[in-house]
Design a protein around this ligand. Structure first.
Ligand code: XMP
Ligand code: MG
Length: 194
């Protein structure tokens, strides 16, 4: 375990087993369909890389990069597109692949935006789902792990762009924040851009 990590919430082995299970389920659900995995940069990179290889049918992969407007303490739900999809999706079954769903506002915005492009279907697969209250309910087709409402890093998730490479999901030691600004939103780091 890395010295900055206080506690591991989801181990490498648990992630591996879950990704295999999700890949199997997605393979069954999308059999014969034109599937596009849509990864949200940067946090979803390790997850989509592993998930894609656990899906036993041909499919496409594309990415979007988004950044949330507003301050560090609250997700405004208004999202700026930093990188868009390469092409139209009206002939595709789109499965958004996310690292984590927190307030869910980012995802609501993405879903509204993508719906306007008329995909054949539009669903979400998230590795992590924070147990917390949400202003608007979200429909999530696939959830890897439900975790407590804590700021987590690893397996794609960062604090100030670091720790993405850790093979597990964990909570940072409080002293790691001491010389930096502590994430004001329990769940969002100051330099976070998804
Ligand atoms: P909302 O609140 O709109 O935010 O669902 C979703 C995005 O915020 C980031 N996020 C985190 N990043 N550790 C991180 O490293 C966390 O605990 C965390 N919680 C939210 C993430 O990019 C997610 O897509
Ligand atoms: Mg993200």
């Amino acid at each position: 375990m890395h010295e900055d990590i206080e506690e591991i919430l989801v181990t490498q082995e648990q992630i591996k087993a879950k990704v295999k299970e999700l890949g199997h389920q997605i393979t069954q659900d999308y059999q014969g369909k034109n599937l596009l995995l849509l990864g949200i940069l940067k946090g979803a990179i390790p997850f989509i890389a592993d998930l894609s290889r656990a899906i036993d049918m041909l499919h496409e992969i594309d990415y979007m990069a988004v950044s949330s407007y507003g301050n560090a303490t609250q997700s405004s739900g208004v999202v700026r597109i930093l990188k868009d999809l390469e092409g139209p999706i009206d002939q595709k079954h789109v499965l958004i692949v996310e690292d984590i769903v927190d307030s869910g506002l980012t995802l609501h915005y993405m879903l509204d935006l993508l719906r306007q492009r008329h995909p054949l279907s539009l669903r979400v697969c998230t590795l992590l789902y924070k147990e917390r209250e949400r202003a608007k309910p979200l429909e999530l087709a696939y959830i890897g792990f439900r975790i407590p409402n804590l700021f987590v890093v690893g397996y794609g998730l960062d604090y100030a762009q670091r720790y993405r490479n850790l093979p597990y999901v964990g909570v940072l030691k409080p002293e790691v924040y001491q010389n930096n600004q502590k994430p004001e939103r329990q769940h969002k780091s100051p330099a976070e851009s998804s």
